[in-house]
Unconditional design. Structure first.
Length: 56
């Protein structure tokens, strides 16, 4: 799915703080720059939400 949007997962950080878990993912464009195009962000958000909804 990330390839469909031409983005990369450049880093992931997962931390557990007692009972709390924090997951942080850094996605970039193909050149390694932050994604700044609002339409790309919106489309990615919609596709991620749909995929997560389909899992449940």
């Amino acid at each position: 799915m990330l390839l469909d949007h031409r983005i990369r997962l450049s880093n992931a950080k997962i931390a557990t703080l007692g009972e709390r878990v924090e997951d942080v993912f850094f996605v970039t464009d193909e050149q390694g720059a932050p994604i700044s195009d609002p339409s790309v962000c919106r489309a990615l958000q919609q596709d991620l939400c749909k995929m997560l909804d389909d899992i449940q």
